[in-house]
Each structure stands twice: as structure tokens, then as C-alpha cells.
Design a protein around this ligand. Structure first.
Ligand code: USQ
Length: 383
């Protein structure tokens, strides 16, 4: 397939490019380095530096023989995206090109404005570019489990059958996002659902939980092929943060009671899921929603895993509960369905002791590069 990855420089974007090109697909990545720019501007640089997209593609070609085409530009600009689609005419578009940080979206008015305009604008431009050039292509859009929030009923896979006054219908499962970032993903879904209904677009919405880990089949041990390992409050997801904190001797930053439960997955499994969605496309006029995670954990569970791994590796890991800077439920029911990707063939890699110790081992190599000041700044959700 000809595959266009929007946001191909990101934590999941670049590993996806390698995975799909290794599988024989013809891959182009597009990115405007927004994440790198925000990382630099907010002093949230990753644990180690990685090459830019041209350097990544050159390195990948050298070790694998596969080519990834690189296009640098802003997908929020119609001229750029229009030309990109005209040049590549993709069969599949993977859309990761969003500001992905919940805390950043809550930082101040400017950050909120950037998040809203970028995320909605790129989704809208992508829909318009598909319509103009490749109306039958399949769009695989990265959504988030956080769109659903934490309702007191089971979370279904995208849709809910409702019986009301003796009549039945199917609706998108109610959304109740917990940050402006998560809310932009809800708005994306509504925009996509509208154009699926009126134009018959072919769309898969992947409702992904927080991802952890760094090494994939394609990276091997080569840190020049690896993704960003963020441990800062903006871009670091919680398990990656906790592992770096453990290595740095910094008490694990559990927010509030630590009962916040989410669906987690390793980066390897995120790639498996995206590949399965790409190679088994949604039908025309279908908005297929897949809940993308492998296991649920509370924040306390994750802190426990890191503490145990630390003990095995000779680290003294302590935990410190901090007043929660976010507005979220700290004890709640959480039982989301996640059978769609398993039915497509997902082979989950659970968070075993071996997986934990491997990830901690990788981080230990960069112990001296950890900047403790980056770990916590307490971006508040409250006004
Ligand atoms: N948390 C802590 N301590 C920390 C950091 C986080 O207790 O130092 C807690 C948070 O309060 C939250 C949970 O851990 O309850 C997960 O936080 P996170 O920062 O790992 O995840 P989140 O902000 O929700 O966002 C991440 C990605 C985002 C993706 C989302 C999936 O950054 O792009 O969409 O995970 S989900 O959480 O399912 O919405």
C-alpha cells in the first residue's frame, strides 16, 4: 500500500514508519516538528537526542535497505497538504499529527489555542484533502481512550445501543474528556463521523490508552532509530516518567490517591494495532472504532511495578503522593471492552517483570543525562 503518515516524527509516528516500510509498504512521513519545537520551548527535551526526520530516514535506509520519504511542512496549511496528497495519492492515511499533551493543553491560553487550532485544523484539512484527491482511501485516525472519561458503566467499543421509550438506536458512546487535548479528540471524532455520514469516508478511530516503552523490532538496540523518551510532565506518559524517576532517585510522582485507572500498552503493541487497522481497512461509509490497549492499571499499580523492578536492579525506589494538579476521579469504576483488535489478530505483550527490567535497563544507560528539574512543574487544571 501507499501509506502517508501525518505526524511521522512523533513518539509513535516514526516507529510506525519503520514498521510499515519493513512490512513492504510504500511510506511517506509528513511533520512540521511542532512537538520538537514545544519540547525545546518548554525545556521538556527527551532523555536523549534523536536525529531529525531526514537523519532518521537515512539511518533506517542504511540498516534495513527500506526507504521512507520525508516531507516537512505544516498540515494546517492547505497549500502544503493539498500538494502532499496530490504527490503521494495514498491508499491509507495515518493521522497522528496532533498536539498530544494533556498538561500542555492546560498550560495557558496560548497553548490551549495552539492545541485546538492545530488538532481540529489538521483533521479538517485531512478530510478535505482526502475528498479532493483520494476519496476511497482509508483514514486511520489516532483517538484516545480519554475521550470516554471514566463513566460508572462499562465502556463499549465506540458505540452504544440505547433503548428509549420502547425504541432502539445506536449512538457514539458518550464522551466526557478530562483535558482540552482530550476534548479536541472528541471534536475530531464528531467531525469524522459527520463526513463519514455525508461523504461515505472510510475511517478507523483508534482509541488508544497511554503508551510506554521505546525499543521495537525495528529499532533493535540502536538509539538513533528510537523514539523520544520524554520524562517531563508535558510529554512523558506516566510509566515512562516513573521509570526515569526511579533511575534518577526521585520519588515517584503519584497524583492524589493513585486509583486513576487507564488502559495501557507497550509501543510494540501500539504498532501491531496500527498495522492491523491499516491492513484490514474499514468499509466505505463506516466509522470503525477500536479500543486500543492491552491491560488496565491504576497509577498505584504502575508505581508498584516500577518499585519491584527497581528492587531487582538494586535501586531504592520511593513513592510520594502529590496533590493532584489535574481534575480527575482518583477512585472509580473502569471496565472498557477491547475485543476489536484482538479479533483482528493482536497478540498482546503484557507488562511482565522482564519487560519492566528491560525498559529500566535501557533508561539506566542514560542516567547521567536526566535533568531532575524537568520532572515536575505542576501544571494546574483549575482556573
Ligand atoms: N499521573 C500521575 N503522575 C504523573 C503523571 C501522570 O499520577 O507523574 C496520572 C495522571 O494523573 C493520569 C494517569 O497518570 O491519571 C495517566 O497520565 P498520562 O500523563 O500518562 O496520560 P494522559 O495525560 O492521559 O495522556 C497520555 C498521552 C495522550 C494519550 C493518553 C491516552 O499523552 O496523548 O491520548 O495518554 S488516555 O490516558 O487513555 O487518554
Amino acid at each position: 500500500m501507499k501509506i502517508l503518515i501525518l505526524g511521522g516524527d512523533g513518539y509513535i509516528g516514526w516507529p510506525t514508519a519503520m514498521k510499515l516500510s519493513a512490512a513492504g509498504h510504500d511510506v511517506t512521513v509528513a511533520d512540521n516538528y511542532m512537538r520538537r519545537n514545544i519540547m525545546r520551548d518548554t525545556d521538556c527535551e527527551a532523555l536523549f537526542a534523536v536525529p531529525n526526520l531526514h537523519g532518521r530516514a537515512a539511518r533506517w535506509k542504511e540498516v534495513s535497505g527500506h526507504t521512507v520519504e520525508v516531507r516537512v511542512g505544516d498540515l494546517n496549511s492547505w497549500d502544503f497538504i493539498d500538494q502532499l496528497f496530490a504527490d503521494t495519492m495514498p491508499d491509507t492515511i495515518i493521522h497522528y499529527a496532533e498536539q498530544p499533551s494533556a498538561p500542555y493543553s492546560m498550560l495557558d491560553r496560548r497553548a490551549a489555542d495552539l492545541t485546538l487550532r492545530n488538532n481540529l485544523g489538521v483533521t479538517f484539512n485531512t478530510i478535505q484533502a482526502m475528498n479532493a484527491h483520494v476519496p476511497d482511501a482509508h483514514l486511520v485516525k489516532l483517538g484516545t481512550m480519554g475521550e470516554y472519561g471514566t463513566p460508572n458503566i462499562d465502556i463499549e467499543e465506540g458505540w452504544l445501543e440505547v433503548e428509549h421509550k420502547g425504541r432502539k438506536d445506536k449512538f457514539l458512546f458518550p464522551r466526557a474528556a478530562g483535558s482540552l487535548y482530550h476534548t479536541t479528540k472528541v471534536l475530531d471524532t464528531d467531525l469524522l463521523w459527520f463526513y463519514v455520514r455525508v461523504w461515505g469516508l472510510r475511517v478507523t478511530d483508534l482509541m488508544q490508552g497511554p503508551v510506554y516503552g521505546l525499543a521495537t523490532d525495528e529499532t533493535g538496540d540502536d538509539d538513533q532509530l528510537m523514539s523520544f523518551l520524554n520524562y517531563d510532565e508535558m510529554f512523558g506518559t506516566v510509566l515512562n516518567r516513573f521509570m526515569v524517576q526511579a533511575v534518577a532517585g526521585y520519588p515517584l510522582t503519584v497524583y492524589g490517591k493513585g486509583g486513576q485507572t487507564r488502559g495501557y500498552l507497550h509501543l510494540r503493541d501500539a504498532l501491531q494495532c496500527v498495522k492491523l487497522a491499516v491492513e484490514n481497512p474499514a468499509g466505505a461509509g463506516e466509522l470503525r472504532v477500536l479500543n486500543q490497549f492491552v491491560e488496565t492499571f491504576s497509577v498505584n499499580d504502575l508505581a508498584g511495578h516500577v518499585q519491584e523492578s527497581g528492587a531487582r536492579l538494586g535501586l531504592d525506589v520511593t513513592i510520594k503522593s502529590l496533590p493532584n494538579p489535574r481534575k480527575e476521579m482518583e477512585e472509580h469504576y473502569y471496565n472498557p471492552v477491547h475485543t476489536g483488535l484482538l479479533d483482528l489478530g493482536l497478540k498482546p505483550n503484557p507488562l511482565t517483570a522482564e519487560v519492566m527490567d528491560d525498559m529500566m535497563g535501557l533508561i539506566l544507560r542514560y542516567k547521567d543525562q536526566i535533568v531532575k528539574e524537568r520532572i515536575f512543574r505542576g501544571v494546574q487544571w483549575k482556573r
